[in-house]
Each structure stands twice: as C-alpha cells, then as structure tokens.
Design a protein around this ligand. Structure first.
Ligand code: CA
Length: 244
C-alpha cells in the first residue's frame, strides 16, 4: 500500500469546493461517490463513459477527475492518456479508481499520467484524503495553506496579505491573482491561462481584463517594492519571479 500524504499542518483544509468530474459506469458507485463528495463540500459531475467525459471537459475544465479504469468503450487508462496529451487538459489532477490489484496494473495506471490510484473497495475517508492530497500537490491555490514568496505572505484562511511586513489591501480578484502566482512562481502564464486558472475555465472575458487586474495588483504592491517580483514577459504573459 502506498502511504497517503497528509497535510503538514492538520488544520489546513481544502477550502473551496472542487469541481470534480466522476467517470464511472456503475451507478451505485457513482451515487456513493457523488454523495460523499458533496458532503465534503465538492461539486460532482457524473458521467458513465470516457466519450462523455471528454465532452464535459471540452465544455468546462474540472478541478479534478476521478476515473474508473474499467469503462465501456474507451478505457480509463486511455482517457487519462488523452487528457494528458492535450495542452488544455494536461495538468488537470487525476485519480484513477480500479478493482485491479495487480502491481503491474497499478504501474500502468500511474504511467498513463494519473496522479494517484485508489483500489476498490475503498473507504470514503481514503477517497477524501487522496483528493485533498492531490489537490494540494497539483492545485495549491485551492488550499488554505499559507503562501509565502520573497517578502510576500498570503493567508487564504484570513484573506490577509502582507508585503515586507506591512498589510496590503487587495480586491478579491487581485487576491486570487496573487494567490495563483504565489503558488505557481517562476513560470510564465499567458493571459488565457491566467483567465482559466483565476477566473475559471471558459469564462468569456477579454484578455485585457487580466492586464487591468495586474495593474491594480502592482499598484497595491508598489509601496513595498514587491511589485517588481511580478514581471511582464513580452509576447508571453506574466511571471512571479524571485529574480526580477
Ligand atoms: Ca467500471
């Protein structure tokens, strides 16, 4: 058995309900998972096969996908490969569910690109713990973990931000924007990617909206000099970097 990675700070919770796509053909298991996900504060979308899953993902990118291995038509493993091969869905967190217990199968599941693997029958506690661990690893902006970067500290629990020890007052969008950058530093994000991550996927907002909020964020950080950490990368987008 693989050990479950639990949070280093036990009080830290995944605070936003994650939008979870459940791909499972057995209705009873689908319903059991859906019930428990909603009790854990998540929002579940249920589909019965891989084709339908791909259609849903095309409409809107979920925060996490739970995929059963054995599906009618395209298998769960092939679905994971398809999601990983596509630029837009490449980094979506995926947990595979399976009745298979063979070690070789487990390896194949992980090699196909799943982040984690749960063997049926599983307890709801295990499912919730693994969802939390995968979200923490793959989507840290969805957790309440304290984010720190250079002189910046952001506390999602209290919604407070400080720069060089001084509190900074941010609007909700600037807060989310900064949280995203602080949990994904040193990487360039295009305006489209920023819209997907911060505003939500497939939200029809003009790209220059991103520039407007970046400008506001920089203005708020300017007195502390930390605005310098948020770089414009010409022709590409924006990046939070320790080496301005
Ligand atoms: Ca199945």
């Amino acid at each position: 058995m693989e050990t479950i990675t639990l949070s280093p700070t036990p009080t830290s919770e995944v605070h936003l309900g994650a939008r979870i796509l459940v791909v499972e053909d057995e209705t009873a298991i689908q319903e059991l998972i859906a019930l428990n996900l909603s009790q854990a504060g998540h929002e579940a979308t249920l589909v019965g096969d891989a084709q339908e899953a791909l259609e849903r993902v095309r409409d809107s990118l979920p925060d996490l996908v739970l995929v059963d291995w054995m599906l009618p038509g395209m298998s769960g493993v092939d679905l994971v490969r398809r999601l990983r091969a596509n630029e837009r869905t490449r980094s979506v967190p995926i947990i595979m569910l399976t009745a298979r217990v063979e070690e070789a199968d487990k390896l194949l599941g992980l090699e196909s690109g799943a982040d984690d693997y749960i063997t049926k029958p599983f307890s709801i506690r295990e499912l919730n713990a693994r969802i939390k661990a995968v979200l923490r690893r793959r989507a840290p902006q969805m957790t309440e973990d304290l984010a720190q970067f250079k002189g910046l500290t952001l506390d999602p629990g209290t919604h407070r931000v400080s720069a060089q020890g001084t509190e900074v007052d941010l609007g909700p969008t600037e807060f989310k924007l900064l949280h995203f950058f602080m949990t994904h530093p040193e990487r360039v994000y295009s305006r489209t990617q920023i819209l997907d991550h911060v505003w939500g996927d497939h939200v029809f907002i003009e790209e220059r909206t991103v520039d407007v909020h970046i400008r506001r964020l920089r203005a708020a950080l300017e007195p502390s000099g930390t605005d310098q950490l948020l770089q414009t990368v010409r022709g590409s987008g924006y990046r939070l970097t320790a080496l301005p």
